[in-house]
Write a protein that binds this ligand. Sequence first.
Ligand code: NAP
Length: 317
Amino acid sequence: MSFDPHQRIFIAGHRGMVGSALVRRLRALGASDLVLRGRSELDLTDGAAVEAFYRESKPSVAIIAAARVGGIHANQSFPAAFLQENLAIALNTIHGAFRQGVKRLLFLGSSCIYPKHAPQPIREDSLLTGPLEPTNEAYAIAKIAGLKLAQFYRRQHGVLFHSAMPTNLYGPGDFYHPTHSHVIPALLRRFHEARTTGLSEVVLWGSGSPRREFLHVDDLAAACVHLLGLEDPPDWVNVGTGTDVTIRELAECVRETTGFAGGLAWDASKPDGTPRKLLDVGRLTSSGWSASIDLVSGLRRTYADFLSEMASGTLRT
Ligand SMILES: NC(=O)c1ccc[n+]([C@@H]2O[C@H](COP(=O)([O-])OP(=O)(O)OC[C@H]3O[C@@H](n4cnc5c(N)ncnc54)[C@H](OP(=O)(O)O)[C@@H]3O)[C@@H](O)[C@H]2O)c1
């Protein structure tokens, strides 16, 4: 069975990095009936508005790619907002979908749902087996609640609601705030500015030794379409490349990609976060899907997007 892109499909968060990749992918597959609402039209933390939206627009499929997202600094500064907003978005979009007869729903979580010291690579069944990484606990708890909501609506009501847990993502439409963004957009911007302003050195946070896995957002969109085409998808499944790099190796790669010729230094007084976070993607690959965009070409494409978004004034900062 494969996914029919001609269904009436609601993409929550369609302007975001993941949401816009899903729109690109589905349009490339010929999708003709996408239901899209910006935050100013539909605040997903407003339960009554979400239910009314589902009643009026009647999508048959919903993909929940909306969330309050951010790097370590943002998570540490606004834990209450990260929990409240992401919990409300999950509850309203999943409960509203059920109440209004949406046939299929894919909820997007994140690999931070797993315990800080889960055995590596991280299997789906290590969920709720140990303490979470404190720097993004609030966000992780909201994502676990969303995953469990989808699982239990499926178990209690037999609806085809399921979830995908992507690893760290990057690509076009990312958020390039100097301190609140994720590591790849932060590095691309820092090295680019260092090159264009003639700096001799870039100082980076932490020790450089943590290992991370990165997936290009176009690969994630392809994986979501694959999962929506499965007759009996797992309740939740990891989405990643199955390979990781040290932050030091990543920094070297970004330095090369941006053409910065200066030095690299590390500020070990800043937090490193989880020592390693590599997903076990065995469940996904055994269902017939694997990533196709490698990190080097993914970074090259993303830097080109960064430059064109800057030139067109659409860079998100
Ligand atoms: N980025 C990553 O590395 C990563 C990794 C793993 C999983 N994920 C998951 O992927 C999903 C999307 O992440 P992303 O990177 O695409 O984030 P993003 O670029 O920040 O996009 C999030 C989108 O959600 C919308 N949104 C947030 N709160 C809303 C509200 N109350 N009402 C309506 N819309 C709202 C935002 O609208 P505005 O445009 O108006 O702000 C934005 O368009 C999330 O579920 C996240 O957990 C992301």
